[in-house]
Design a protein around this ligand. Structure first.
Ligand code: NAD
Length: 432
């Protein structure tokens, strides 16, 4: 199948490379000329485990191409996947659809044959109808079907999730595009469920899922606060809860709050849609508020562990919003660091993959280390903010010999609490 993907970010690039790996001819279009240049020259522009190999192989065998020309991208395309950003509107926090509509206008002007146009971007309910309207306004002769094909990949596991999806949701208002989708996902048959629903249901499934997961994180964070006050241990509580199949054991890890490019913006967009439609979505409102407050609370806790603000240095481990990715968008770690900087805290930070992107946000306000131990050296407090596996394996003896004061705040519960206490550290995790 000939596939054109519009937008080569965290969704477009892995999707493009993986669809090419399945034997499709994929061409990715982006308005960012620098990015396209780098990609064409074999330089991958984001980190996702296992992606570079697939990207390079398919670039080499010409199954995967990149261009800034929408005309070139649409040539012979059977399927057009829109994967541009839908960031929050700066004032209302609703999903800002300016990139979607610009891409749709570009498609309308250049489409000269029938194609299925699928929205992979996360878009508010009813956006498919708007896309149809724009296409017909701009090009009354255009032949197309607009479907919703929400993306459920987890950043950090994009390649794994592509090949092992829990479900594929397809929103369509007519049967014609079904054939293209069945052909596209033929290699996945028997492995995962394809759910065909109406387009508005599909658009809603994506937001309802992300909001639910955000609420689950918020809930376990509140339970962690409760455990801290009552002497219960959140790790034991979460384990006990998770053994109930109705609850499930995932998304029960307390931490510094949810972040990234999806949950914060999608909960806010869903809350906006609730207000617009006069529907009470109080759980979502509460999760948004609680998640914001959590970062303040954590910054306050860190401050309370610093004895001498002028001279003490704090080692921060983790800047990405989660492990497995370099993405720092709405990263709780970066937001907490920014709050600490306002209070005059001296910071030496390290992240295995996100240093470059963190630098573009935090600039030279903090020091950047080449590894965890360099960040820890001469620090008076060690703070863990992202759940990278390598932080779990840190050597407590080595940390002890490097630090000025032996204090650890472990906001991901990565280290062994008993061992840290035995080694003479002042140690505090989350919810225990
Ligand atoms: P991103 O910002 O990483 O990438 C978007 C890309 O689109 C950029 O490269 C940008 O230059 C390009 N672009 C913008 N306008 C364009 C146009 N008119 N023509 C061609 N290219 C254009 O965004 P992302 O993280 O990949 O997210 C894309 C969408 O997918 C969003 O709606 C997001 O909510 C959704 N989503 C993201 C994830 C994730 O893990 N990041 C997961 C599921 C869904």
């Amino acid at each position: 199948m000939n596939i054109c993907i519009i937008g080569t970010g965290y969704v477009g690039l892995p999707s493009g490379a993986c669809f090419a790996e399945l034997g499709n001819n994929v061409i990715c279009v982006d308005i960012d000329g620098k990015k396209i240049n780098e990609l064409n020259n074999g330089k991958i522009t984001l980190y996702e485990e296992g992606l570079e190999e697939i990207f390079l192989r398919n670039l080499e065998n010409k199954k995967l191409k990149f261009t800034t020309s929408i005309k070139e991208g649409l040539k012979n395309a059977d399927l057009i996947l829109i994967a541009v950003g839908t960031p929050p509107h700066p004032l209302t926090k609703e999903a800002d659809l300016k990139y979607i509509y610009a891409a749709v206008r570009d498609i309308a002007k250049n489409l000269d044959h029938y194609a299925v146009i699928a929205t992979k971007s996360t878009v508010p309910v009813g956006t498919g109808d708007e896309i149809e309207k724009i296409l017909l306004q701009e090009n009354p002769k255009a032949q197309f079907d607009v479907i919703s094909l929400p993306e459920f990949l987890r950043e950090g596991f994009a390649v794994y999730d592509f090949f092992n999806p829990d479900r594929i949701v397809v929103g369509l208002n007519s049967q014609k595009p079904k054939k293209v989708i069945e052909e596209l996902y033929a290699p996945f048959k028997n492995k995962s469920q394809i759910l065909f629903v109406n387009r508005r249901s599909s658009e809603t499934i994506k937001y309802a899922s992300n909001a639910f997961l955000a609420i689950k994180i918020h809930y376990i964070n509140e339970m962690a606060d409760f455990c801290e006050k009552t002497g219960a241990d959140i790790l034991e509580v979460a384990k006990g809860m998770g053994l109930d199949n109705r609850i499930g054991n995932r998304f029960l890890n307390p931490g510094p709050g949810y972040g990234g490019s999806c949950f914060p913006k999608d909960t806010q967009a869903m809350a906006f849609m609730g207000k617009k439609n006069d529907v009470n979505l109080s759980l979502i409102d509460s999760a948004i508020k609680g998640n914001e407050e959590r970062k303040d609370k954590i910054a306050q806790k860190i401050l309370s562990y610093i004895d001498d603000l002028k001279n003490d240095q704090v080692a921060i481990l983790g800047l990405a919003f989660k492990d497995g990715t370099d993405d720092c968008r709405e990263s709780p770690a970066v937001e907490i660091v920014s709050k600490l900087l306002k209070e005059g805290v001296k910071i030496h930070a390290y992240d295995p993959k996100a240093m470059e992107l963190a630098k573009s946000i935090l600039k030279d306000q903090i020091k950047y280390a080449k590894d965890a131990y360099e960040a820890i050296k001469d620090s008076s407090l060690l703070v863990i903010l992202t759940e990278w596996k390598e932080f779990r394996e840190l050597d407590l003896n080595q940390i002890s010999s490097l630090m000025k004061h032996k204090k650890i705040l472990d906001f991901r519960n990565l280290l062994d609490k008993e061992k840290a206490l035995e080694a003479g550290f002042v140690y505090s995790g989350v919810g225990r």
